[in-house]
Design a binder for this molecule. Structure first.
Ligand SMILES: C[S@@+](CC[C@H](N)C(=O)[O-])C[C@H]1O[C@@H](n2cnc3c(N)ncnc32)[C@H](O)[C@@H]1O
Length: 219
């Protein structure tokens, strides 16, 4: 999954991952994750997710990172938030509006001091956007970006990987336990059968599909 892949997806509006409504797992579990804290929330690979507006409505400052300029500009237009934009020396741009700041560019070159205050984070369709060989690099970067004690909500999908080409890629509970346990305490909050609600998977005759929510706490 290189940058060109994602730029093409945004340019051709092939963004089936984008949900028009707030993610129900976010509304179900956020209180348990944030424990009434109003700390800033880091949202890696944020797309134009409306979940960011929900988090801002709860009183959080939101700091997102997204590769696509189209996605970032669509977010502010659709949310009717006037923004100002600053070029950064590192090759990213920072779009800012009220309590939402989005860094547009490659997350791997975003300095960790930009998110060091984020003792909360939200990963929906970020970890599962990476194929297996790039996923560990993403996990290491996420570990760098959030401070010790940071609490996050992670939403994953799992299915037999050989039955469909990602993204989204399948991430099993076993993979998480193996590759995240050094950096995070992991608590599974739910695991639901979501096959019927995902026509793309049904059409490809994927035999099963589960969606899980996890509470992660940075060690
Ligand atoms: C599957 S989408 C998920 C978007 C969002 N989290 C959501 O739930 O709608 C993955 C997003 O990651 C962005 N992306 C891919 N590689 C990236 C990178 N290296 N740095 C920042 N964003 C990236 C893509 O442009 C895409 O919008």
């Amino acid at each position: 999954m290189d940058a060109t892949f994602w730029h093409q997806k945004w340019q051709s509006s092939q963004i089936g991952f984008h949900l028009p409504e707030i993610n129900p797992l976010l509304t179900r579990y956020w209180q348990q994750v944030c424990q009434s804290s109003r700390a800033p929330v880091f949202v890696p690979l944020c797309g134009k997710s409306v979940d960011m507006s929900y988090l801002a409505s709860l009183g959080h400052n939101v700091i997102g990172c997204e590769l696509s300029q189209l996605a970032v500009e669509q977010f502010f237009q659709e949310q009717q938030l006037p923004f100002h934009m600053a070029e950064m020396t590192t090759g990213l741009r920072c779009y800012q509006a009220e309590s939402i700041s989005l860094y547009q560019g490659d997350m791997f070159i975003l300095d960790s001091d930009k998110t060091a205050m984020c003792s909360l984070f939200y990963d929906r369709a970020a970890l599962i956007a990476w194929p297996e060989q790039m996923r560990q690099r993403y996990v290491r970067k996420l570990m760098e970006m959030v401070p010790a004690g940071a609490r996050g909500l992670l939403i994953t999908l799992d299915y037999p990987q050989d039955s469909l080409q990602g993204p989204p890629f399948a991430v099993s509970d076993a993979w998480l336990q193996q590759h995240l346990c050094d950096g995070f305490e992991i608590t599974q909050l739910s695991c639901d059968d979501v096959l019927a609600a995902n026509p793309r998977f049904v059409k490809r005759q994927v035999p099963w599909l589960t969606e899980s929510a996890y509470l992660l706490v940075r060690r």
